[in-house]
Design a protein around this ligand. Structure first.
Ligand SMILES: [Zn+2]
Length: 411
């Protein structure tokens, strides 16, 4: 199939007018100007007309299973208060509620141009009941070992069914030791070893809130009080920042995708400076969730200056109002006005592709890449295309995933 569009924004190379992309099966076979890429005899030609054809967007951190929680929790005074609220909501959800939330989350992500989603799986035992993933998906198995969770029969059964879930072309698995306050160093190390052995990706939440930093660095505060009340062993508190604790203990490494890293201290930056660029962990910033919790300002410029691969994700609808990645970019832009539209788009295409170890396959339009792409209405000059995409607030009218055109899900 030959797809033609007035403006092509490959991101891995320069923008140009009157472009064409040849798709064969699930992959892009060639990218070029419409005058160079002529249809072969009998080849289907799809004319998209006045639009920007660009790589599909990658959400590098979300929780699809919380997609029915929009506006369910008023902005809390602190992170621990929110944890208590969401735990109470989760206890009331039936399996049908959770499966419905995942379906709704997929539909919303798709309407906003997301073709790849990295979702934490808090209810992994339910995944085998889902229909095949409509979008390219990494399900990260959430691992928690405060109290009994990991050793209970239900959870072991859930874990087994999770990894027995039929792997479609679009479904991939990873591990998610939840956060240093809910997962022990032992659990992190087991996950790390298991992921290395099985070629799985790893992600975790680190340094999300001031309360998490207070718990680890000072051994005090509301999160410390809450978790010590649950009989969590607290001997890891009072020594280091959350990131410093995990990194210096070898619990995480450069191949990890770290969500948040919001409340970093001077010692965290000093530690990051000692790590060579190619061994730095990937970081996902979630601007909407960040604003909701009123976290300390995200150190985008400082981390970018250190060479950190910075991605943007939405987090869940329990702490943001939409699964629109372009909406997240506009929030980031308001905090970081110096970033160009290309820089912003990088955080939801090329950067997460690198974090997912899919450089040249996802987040770009080039020969050999997966045919995951979107079209955004546009009739301006090529040099305005990236800005127009970041500013686009509507629903994305055309999408291809894995070489197949997907209909826009009804609202
Ligand atoms: Zn999260």
């Amino acid at each position: 199939m030959l797809i033609r569009a007035r403006t092509l924004l490959p991101l891995s190379s320069h923008v140009f007018e009157n472009g064409a992309v040849r798709v064969e099966g699930a992959r892009i076979q060639a990218v070029g100007s419409a005058s160079d890429l002529k249809p072969k005899a009998g080849e289907e030609v799809l004319e998209l007309g006045s639009c920007v054809l660009m790589p599909g967007l990658i959400n590098s951190h979300c929780h699809l299973d919380y997609s029915t929680m929009r506006n369910a929790i008023a902005p809390p005074s602190g992170f621990t208060e929110w944890v208590l609220r969401i735990n109470s909501i989760k206890r009331q959800l039936s399996p049908e509620d959770i499966l419905d939330a995942i379906r709704r989350g997929y539909a919303e992500a798709q309407r906003y141009g997301t073709t790849t989603v990295c979702s934490m799986a808090a209810f992994p035992d339910l995944l085998p009941q889902l229909p095949p993933a409509p979008l390219r998906t990494w399900w990260f198995y959430e691992m928690i070992d405060i109290r009994h969770r990991v050793t209970s029969d239900d959870v072991i059964a859930g874990a087994l069914t999770f990894f027995e879930t039929e792997k479609s072309a679009l479904t991939n698995f990873g591990l998610n030791p939840h956060a240093p306050y809910t997962a022990s160093l032992l659990l992190y190390r087991l996950a790390y070893a298991c992921a290395k052995q099985n070629g799985m990706l790893l992600t975790t939440h680190v340094s999300e809130s001031r309360e998490e930093t207070e718990m680890f660095a000072l051994g005090s505060g509301p999160l410390h009080a809450f978790l010590s009340g649950l009989d969590r062993p607290m001997h890891d508190c009072g020594h280091d920042t959350p990131f410093g604790w995990l990194w210096r203990n070898g619990a995480i490494g450069g191949d990890w995708i770290l969500a948040h890293m919001n409340d970093l201290k001077a010692s965290d930056f000093a530690l990051l400076e000692t790590i060579s660029r190619e061994k730095l962990p990937h970081i996902v910033h979630c601007p909407g969730s960040h604003a909701y919790f009123k976290h300390p300002p995200f150190a985008f410029g400082k981390l970018a200056g250190l060479g950190v691969n910075l991605c943007v994700g939405t987090d869940s609808l329990a702490s943001t109002d939409s699964l629109s990645l372009l909406g997240e970019l506009r929030r980031l832009q308001s905090c970081e006005p110096g970033l160009s539209a290309e820089d912003l788009l990088h955080t939801i295409t090329l950067a997460p592709a690198r974090a997912l170890q899919k450089e040249g396959e996802l987040g770009c339009l080039e020969a050999g890449a997966m045919a995951d792409m979107i079209a955004i209405p546009f009739d301006g000059a090529p040099e305005q295309a990236a800005d127009a995409c970041v500013s686009f607030t509507g629903l994305v009218p055309w999408m291809m995933v894995d070489g197949k055109v997907l209909p826009v899900p009804p609202l």
